[in-house]
Design a protein around this ligand. Structure first.
Ligand code: ADP
Ligand code: MG
Length: 643
């Protein structure tokens, strides 16, 4: 190719705006942990080999008589380059432009917004959102990528070059060997990565478990036979073409538990998830029976930012007989355990299994049940453990994922009781979220027949809810629930360990034997005495309430709202409306406290209508809502104040 035409064949491209931004960040602030670039590039090489294995099932010709997949890391002190080569799937020219010039993943915006400027934590974030390749620019002033996609002609190779600023160049090249070479032209402050011992150390630290052999050239030197002429005598020395494998090169989960150290488990997890923090616990088992599989499941120490969104992905990678099949295999874990990360390797599923097939497979169902059981066992073990570290870990787990596993109450009936046992609550007598249902039961009063709980928008609102006044007066503990999911989830729970569970803000309170005969009599008398007031109130508040009645549950408040049995609470209605869902209109019951001066004042009042509406609106406010017509509420209050 002449100089001229070579130039014409070179195309300049600009990076997508986000990439340019990211590159700026990578080069300017992410240098506190520079060695991770090697982990990221080796992980990409390994992904490329996984892809070749997968595609090779249907395209055996992709192997091109070069079936032994490997990654090679070579160092060139003269050129100041470190090259990471793989004979994986490779990139077409278009793929190089698309995949190395843009960030397709929606998570990247997230990544950007999480960056704090604190270099250390930013470095920890790198890779989490698929920015791995660009980490090369932490140590390189220029990166050259040479690649050829499997199955293409040697002439259809591609070279991609960038200095890590605004743009990159792409040209067609000849490349005989399949796969990708990533050539990093090191910056002067990164020359330590030309030392073989240093590079080996980093590979052992981060990439030992990669199932692919990672090879480096042996330090054996010989005279350069190619160099002839002037240097023939005592000629130039070059390394022999002998390579040694420097990692263990077997998939970690295939090894025996007893041969795996804690550190290796942790390092594997970090590689798998790009999480910088160690996991809280893990379960590693080989299961034989109707279906044979290996599971290695981790409980992370932190929830991912999108855990409560629709984008949240299941964290299980599926392998079939060591061949990588797919990420986020959501059929292998129930939705309420979507935070679990790990690997399942099945011996029975077909290699060409699709997501649709997974949905119907009986093997998959068995694996999912097995995974669920193991995780619940693991959590149960942590919860019950006497070990301080385990207890600490259970607390961390619960703070991060407690509200996620509650979804299981509605999703997984067969494990409901086991999930209930894992739950921890604040109560009216203990602000800390540490009380289990079993603890509560053990503290129940003589004669108490139910586990009482209240749901509200916040723990504070729950704690100060008027509905709790009588319980407090009688010294009866009430469980406080304020997670968004609580009320929905508790709909599915009628009892725990044989004891009924009762929401005290729903229906009439039945304290059973805890209420003595005298109190019951007093209530009946009050109901009789207030009959005309109740009738007048029902009339005045016809459009707002379903019913008005006298109650003994209140001590300090004049009134409270109660949700009729079987209907949605005001909190749940608010939540559903916020989420844009249509909710059937339901009216609450207004319960009034016959001992309260304001209620007594109602009898024969000149301003009955104002007083009635104010009492009602205050009850709405007390449980975290807003009066339907705030302006009218203010007007009525003022009119009462002035009289
Ligand atoms: P991720 O690995 O999360 O997809 P990266 O930034 O690490 O993100 O890589 C971006 C993309 O570049 C990869 O998805 C892949 O398509 C391509 N790529 C990177 N390295 C290689 C390689 N060695 N062989 C083939 N494709 C690669
Ligand atoms: Mg990557």
């Amino acid at each position: 190719m002449s100089e001229q035409s070579a130039q014409q064949a070179t195309q300049k491209h600009s990076f997508q705006a986000e990439v340019a931004q990211l590159l700026h960040l990578v080069t300017h602030s992410l240098y506190s942990n520079p060695e991770i670039f090697l982990r990221e590039l080796i992980s990409n090489a390994s992904d490329a080999c996984d892809k070749l294995r997968f595609e090779g099932i249907n395209h055996p010709d992709f192997y091109e008589n070069d079936p032994n997949l490997h990654v090679r890391v070579s160092l060139d002190k003269e050129q100041k380059t470190i090259t990471i080569s793989d004979n994986g799937i490779g990139l077409t020219a278009q793929e190089a432009i698309d995949n190395l010039g843009t960030i397709a993943k929606s998570g990247t915006k997230d990544f950007m917004s999480k960056l704090t400027g604190d270099q250390k934590s930013d470095a920890q974030l790198i890779g989490q959102f698929g920015v791995g390749f660009y980490s090369g620019f932490i140590v390189a002033e220029k990166i050259t990528v040479e690649s050829r996609h499997a199955g293409l002609d040697a002439a259809e190779g591609v070279r991609w070059i960038s200095g890590g600023t605004g743009d990159f160049e792409v040209e067609q090249i000849n490349k005989a060997s399949r796969g990708t070479d990533i050539i990093l032209h090191l910056r002067d402050d990164a020359l330590e990565y030309l030392e073989p011992w240093k590079v080996k150390q980093i590979i052992n630290k981060y990439s030992d478990h990669i199932s692919l052999p990672i090879e480096m050239q042996k330090e054996v030197w010989q005279e350069d036979e190619a160099a002839e002429g002037e240097q023939a005598q005592g000629g130039k020395m070059v390394k022999t073409d002998e390579w040694e494998v420097i990692n263990s090169a077997s998939a970690l989960w295939t090894r025996n538990k007893s041969e795996i150290t804690e550190e290796q488990y942790v390092e594997f997890y970090k590689n798998l998830t790009h999480d910088f923090e160690a996991p809280l616990a893990w379960a590693h088992n080989h299961v034989e029976g109707n279906t044979e599989y290996t599971q290695l499941l981790y409980i992370p120490s932190k929830a991912s930012g999108d855990i409560f969104t629709r984008e949240a992905k299941a964290g299980i990678k599926l392998y079939v007989k060591r061949v990588f099949i797919m990420d986020d295999a959501d059929n292998l874990i129930p939705n309420y355990l979507r935070f679990i990360q790990g690997v399942v390797d099945s011996a029975d599923l077909p290699l060409n299994v699709s997501r649709e097939l997974l949905q119907e497979s009986r093997d998959v169902k068995t694996i999912r049940e097995g995974n669920t059981r193991r995780i619940l066992n693991l959590l149960d073990g942590l919860a019950k453990s006497e070990d301080e570290k385990d207890q600490e870990n259970f607390k961390k787990f619960y703070a991060e994922f407690g509200s996620v596993i509650k979804e299981g109450l509605g999703e997984d009936f067969s494990n409901r009781e086991r999930i209930l046992k894992l739950l921890r609550f604040a109560t009216s007598t203990n602000d800390e979220i540490v009380t289990s249902l079993a603890d509560y039961k053990a503290r129940m009063k003589d004669g108490q027949k139910a586990i009482y709980y209240v749901t509200a928008d916040s723990l504070n609102a729950a704690k100060n809810s008027p509905q709790l006044e009588l319980f407090k007066k009688k010294g009866i503990e009430v469980i406080l629930m304020a997670d968004r999911v609580d009320e929905w989830a508790m709909n599915f729970v009628q009892e725990f360990d044989g004891t009924p569970m009762q929401n005290v803000s729903k229906g009439a309170v039945d304290l059973g034997d805890l209420q003595d005969a005298e109190e019951k009599k007093a209530l009946e008398a009050a109901a009789e005495q207030f009959k005309p007031v109740v009738e007048q109130l029902s009339d005045a508040l016809k459009s707002k309430t379903k019913e008005v009645r006298v109650t003994t549950r209140l001590v300090d408040s004049p009134a409270c709202l109660v949700t009729p049995e079987g209907e949605l609470s005001p909190q749940l209605v608010r939540m559903l409306k916020q989420a844009g869902q249509a909710v059937p209109d339901s009216k609450p019951i207004l319960e009034i406290n016959p001992d309260h001066p304001l209620v007594k004042k109602l009898q024969g009042s000149q301003q009955f209508d104002d007083l009635a509406n104010v009492i009602f609106d205050q009850a709405v406010i007390a449980e975290g809502g807003l009066p339907e017509d705030p302006a009218e509420y203010v007007k009525r209050i003022n009119s009462l104040l002035l009289k």
